[in-house]
Ligand binder design. Structure first.
Ligand code: SAH
Ligand code: F3S
Length: 437
């Protein structure tokens, strides 16, 4: 029987994408097949996240459990990758000496070499360097058969928001050359692509003629690929919402009518302390432009509550901007001080109870907004990509709309992996039903 790898992914879509790549690399170079059972594995890979403290704590408690597995199977190898690895480096070996390999988001392609070195000299191996965009030049072709896939267009972030650890764990922004991105999309044999990056609208990709393509240009090129029927992207930053990019929502039908545009806070003072480099007025003006070019567009956002120095008045501004801008289902988080970030040195006077209360208020408001958005979809036509069969109902298939609502339709399995246009007939508490038109 061949050897097996168990990969556990924490955190964002970038990590999900990286985990796919880790699997591809280990399948092609080490002939490892993936298992869903940790107990069956010869190698356990934790692809970690350090965006908030909770994510990080989970990694160490997982490692504690894995240690027991290694005690009963000394041949088990443990690799820790991702942002906790990048942030902690050799500290991981100090805290958990049974870990064999520590690798960063930019060195996952070196995993086979690290495994080899570990076997050769019996010592833990660490490589958390940032060798620019090297990893993409060393990745094998994926064998995935999913009709929808993510493709990374850039790595890292150079925005240095005062609360955020990403620039330190993933490095500064580096864009992949335009043709590399297009080639990866084409070889994937997919009909939907999500263009990924911490900050996709900062994309500046080298073209073969020596010119630089911006993000709007990249979207235009991707839309020319006939197999691709829908294009998504994540995440964008309000500062680089160029008019050309906003125009894409009007000009490029393949572009999903949705955007995730983190605002973080509704108080200009807090935004400035967060080093977001925009004001609420500027953010609102982007939303206005987007809605003008693309009426009905679904806009989602990220919010942080309890940023150090956030007063009740600041929080109320956040709540009211959320109400005013009528976001679709969004995300809100309690601020978590991250090691080495400027905000972590600020005095934090708000109690945890108060932060929980603010979070709850914001989430309740946003749930209400999301429901209203759903209700407005009744009787509209939507394009969905049929990606699965209903587990509960026979002859029923499921597909996602541009704004990620799951719609049930009746049909047969020939629909699987196809895009269809549906009319939304019913919106029930737990599901949305439609018919193909
Ligand atoms: N690139 C994205 C954000 C990536 S991190 C952007 O343009 O903003 C995803 C989200 O996690 C952020 O939008 C933020 O809301 C949240 N986040 C980041 N650091 C955080 C911290 N220290 N505490 C709480 N939430 C945080
Ligand atoms: Fe983080 Fe701000 Fe970049 S939230 S990922 S530093 S845009």
């Amino acid at each position: 029987m061949g050897k097996k790898v168990f990969i556990k992914t924490f955190g964002c879509q970038m990590n999900e994408y990286d985990s796919e790549k880790i699997n591809d690399v280990l399948a092609s170079k080490n002939k490892l097949t993936q298992t869903k059972e940790q107990e069956d594995a010869d190698l356990i890979v934790l692809n970690t996240c350090s965006i908030r403290e909770k994510a990080e704590v989970k990694v160490y408690s997982d490692l504690g459990r894995i240690r027991k597995l290694k005690e009963s199977n000394p041949n088990l190898r443990i690799a820790v990758g991702g942002c906790v690895a990048s942030q902690e480096g050799s500290n991981i070996i100090k805290k958990a000496p049974y870990v064999d390999i520590v690798f960063g988001p930019q060195t996952l392609h070196r995993l086979p070499d690290l495994i080899k070195a570990r076997e050769k000299n019996g010592k833990p191996q660490i490589d958390i360097s940032f060798p620019e965009i090297e990893k993409f030049d060393h990745l094998p072709v994926s064998n995935s058969i999913n009709p929808s896939s993510m493709v990374s267009i850039m790595e890292g972030c150079s925005k240095y928001c005062s609360f955020c650890v990403v620039p330190y764990t993933r490095g500064e922004e580096v864009s992949r050359p335009l043709n590399d991105v297009l080639k990866e999309i084409i070889t994937k044999n997919i009909s939907e692509v999500t263009l990924l990056g911490q900050n996709v609208n900062a994309y500046r990709g080298l073209m073969d003629n020596g010119e630089i393509a911006d993000f709007a240009t990249l979207i235009e090129y991707v839309s020319e690929i006939s197999e691709i029927k829908r294009i998504r992207f994540s995440t964008s930053h309000p500062n680089e919402m160029s008019d050309a990019l906003i125009d894409c929502f009007n000009n490029i039908d393949k572009l999903a009518k949705m955007i995730h545009l983190p605002i973080q806070a509704g108080s200009d003072r807090v935004l400035s302390a967060m080093k977001r480099n925009y004001t609420t007025l500027e953010y609102k003006s982007i939303i206005r432009k987007l809605r003008k070019k693309c009426p009905g567009i679904s806009i989602t956002s990220d919010f942080i509550v309890g940023f150090p120095t956030e007063t009740l008045k600041d929080f109320n501004s956040t709540k009211s901007i959320m109400k005013e801008l009528e976001f679709d289902y969004s995300f809100s988080f309690i601020y978590s001080p991250r090691p080495g970030t400027p905000a972590s040195y600020l005095e934090d006077l708000t109690s945890h109870e108060e932060k929980l209360k603010r979070l709850h208020e914001l989430q309740t408001e946003n749930m209400y907004q999301g429901e209203i958005f759903t209700k407005k979809m009744l009787s509209t036509t939507q394009r969905i990509l049929i990606d699965s069969k209903s587990k509960r109902k026979t002859g029923v298939f499921l597909g996602k709309t541009d704004n990620n609502r799951v719609v049930e339709i009746e049909g047969d399995k020939s629909l699987l992996n196809k895009f269809v246009t549906v009319k939304i007939d019913k919106i029930l508490k737990k599901n949305i039903q439609g018919t193909i038109i």
